[in-house]
Design a protein around this ligand. Sequence first.
Ligand code: FEO
Length: 175
Amino acid sequence: MLDLEMEEALNEQINAEIYSGYLYLSMASEFASRGLDGFENWMRGQFVEELNHAMRLYEYVDSRGGRVKLQEIERPKGEWGSPLEVFKDVYEHEQKVTEMIADLVDLADEKNDLPTIQMLQWFIEEQVEEEESAEEIVEKLEMIGEDYSGLMMLDKELGQRPVGSIFPIKPQENE
Ligand code: FEO
């Protein structure tokens, strides 16, 4: 049985993951309005991934006899000045999520909740990847600067990302 304080904290994380998806969908729309289809595709992939992070937590809370309680989703930012500004926000946001995961690990440790600590290992590794990919794109965009052909090349590259699907039956099979 899941400790109540732990359950509440995991429910907050479900909200944070869905908010992340909402933010990335807003970024996808920003890129769509700029005609940058590859960037839009990348953000749509990120949107799906975040919803799957939420579902992974949903499944976990349920499997421990807890109750998923959904909360209000905050309205995300809706406009950015440049692709670089968007990705700087992605990087900053992912760093915040990493801190949230670390706080969950601290709480689980305090509660001596080993299954939750083990479950969170996946998120710790995922956050390393999330920060790394955002930082890499920030660096590429900084190098590109005002070079339109460079931006188009990156757009093509980001268009290769598979978008994935939402709500897998077994969340561990879909990251
Ligand atoms: Fe679910 Fe991008 O962290």
